[in-house]
Design a protein around this ligand. Structure first.
Ligand SMILES: Nc1ncnc2c1ncn2[C@@H]1O[C@H](COP(=O)(O)OP(=O)(O)OP(=O)(O)O)[C@@H](O)[C@H]1O
Length: 407
């Protein structure tokens, strides 16, 4: 901050007893002129100072507003230690600071020692959060051994081969990669339209490599509280290290790894922090043993380049919508446990399913079965498949009016 220059000296009137009356008068006149001059100078300064004060006031107002925004959007996490007559004793996560504070009156009844709470900048308790283990368990899906096999996936044989090379081989034969001196890809990113089998592929590779499958949806990582997303990322990698061999699968990775935007809202900053944590976990990944990381997105165009750099998601595999042959294979897979009439030509049905994803074909098969059931039959006919297709097509046209899907 700059200091204002010192004030002009106060003029002094010096009268000598020896002075004549005329001299005294002149001295007083001069003194008067000096005082007027100093007065003018001070008035100028005052005007400047007032102008500056106005500016500073505006700054203060602006900062106050920003502070309010920060206060409302930034909450910190703490645990309730004790409830006393004087207030609530909480311990802040991260720095373990203990504070005696108050809870919003609407929470008085609900608070219990051990609760996880959100506190604001003044440590006042604003909200009681779900149990930590609950929220983590909700965010992550852990399957010790998924049941999906490569045989359950149709129409994407090339992609299966690529995933096996990038994920299964390094998990099963790490020594071979070491002996040859080749680094396996750090992360495998599956990209393509929804419902084409990306999740299935990740599950199947975990199953066939006898690895634990740990799935986290990117949208679950976009948390409201500061540091929570980053913490979940840390937990995710820690859990994988505990359960190795493991396959980490982050679905909808675009939710945390979209290109930076210009907007500076705190939500964006929080997403950035989560992404930074993910990048740093991936960068420190070499020593993590038998853990492979996969991710999937329907919005490849939106991804931040930073996550695609070598050492991160450096193996990209596109999983497209299936072609006619692939569609027939998927239809066979989804009807293999159904009682399909001998004369049904699945190839012909598949020909007519242009633009259908694997998930659409799975629904079509179920829907065809439902037509047979409604009709009181035990065998599914070609006509059932036709009717199912019409029904899905009608539902789809309705959906298209509301969903503006881009890939
Ligand atoms: N290639 C496929 N072969 C067999 N079934 C498939 C295939 N693709 C999708 N399916 C069916 O669709 C369902 C959803 O597929 P999956 O969740 O793997 O798609 P996804 O690509 O991960 O979709 P999203 O991007 O919406 O998460 C599967 O459970 C399966 O029944």
């Amino acid at each position: 901050m700059s200091h204002s220059p010192s004030l002009p000296d106060r003029p002094r009137l010096e009268l000598d007893p020896e002075m004549s009356d005329a001299e005294r008068l002149e001295a007083i006149r001069q003194h008067f002129r000096r005082i007027v001059h100093v007065n003018e100078e001070l008035e100028d300064r005052l005007a400047d100072a007032e102008g500056r004060r106005g500016e500073l006031k505006e700054d203060v107002e602006q900062l106050k507003r920003e502070n309010e925004v920060l206060k409302t959007s930034s909450l910190y996490i703490a645990s309730v230690e004790e409830i006393t007559d004087d207030g609530v004793v909480i311990k802040q996560h991260g720095n373990n600071q203990e504070v005696l504070t108050q809870a919003a009156s609407r929470l008085d009844e609900d608070l219990r020692p051990g609760d996880r709470v959100a506190i604001n900048d003044s440590f006042a308790v604003q909200q009681v959060l779900d149990d930590e283990t609950d929220s983590r368990a909700q965010a992550m899906e852990v399957t010790a051994s998924p049941t999906v096999t490569y045989d359950d996936i149709g129409g994407i044989d090339d992609q299966i081969r690529e995933v096996r090379e990038a994920v299964e081989d390094p998990l099963e034969n790490p020594e071979q990669f070491e002996a040859v001196g080749v680094e396996p890809p750090s992360g495998v990113l599956l990209h393509g339209p929804p419902g084409t089998g990306k999740t299935m592929l990740a599950k199947a590779v975990a199953n066939e490599s006898d690895a634990t499958f740990i799935k986290m949806a990117g949208s679950e990582l976009v948390r409201k509280f500061i540091g929570e997303g980053a913490r979940l990322v840390r937990d995710l990698f820690e859990l994988a290290a505990e359960r190795e061999p493991a396959v980490i699968f982050i679905d909808e990775i675009d939710a945390v790894a979209a290109k930076r935007t210009d907007s500076k809202t705190s939500g964006d900053a929080e997403v950035q922090r989560t992404m930074m944590q993910l990048l740093s976990e991936m960068d420190g990944f070499d020593d993590r043993g038998e853990v492979r990381i996969m991710a999937a997105t329907n919005r490849f165009d939106m991804l931040d380049e930073a996550i695609l750099r070598p050492g991160r998601f450096d193996r990209l595999i596109e999983v497209p919508e299936p072609a006619a042959e692939g569609r027939e294979r998927i239809l066979e897979i989804h009807t293999r446990d159904m009682n399909v009439a001998d004369d049904v030509d699945l190839g012909a049905v598949a020909q007519n399913l242009d633009g259908y994803s694997g998930a659409d074909i799975a629904s079509l098969a179920t829907e065809a079965g439902m037509f047979a059931i409604r009709d009181g039959r035990t065998e599914v006919t070609q006509a059932d498949f036709e009717q199912a297709r019409e029904k899905l097509r009608d539902a789809d046209t309705e959906d298209e009016q509301v969903i503006n899907y881009q890939y």
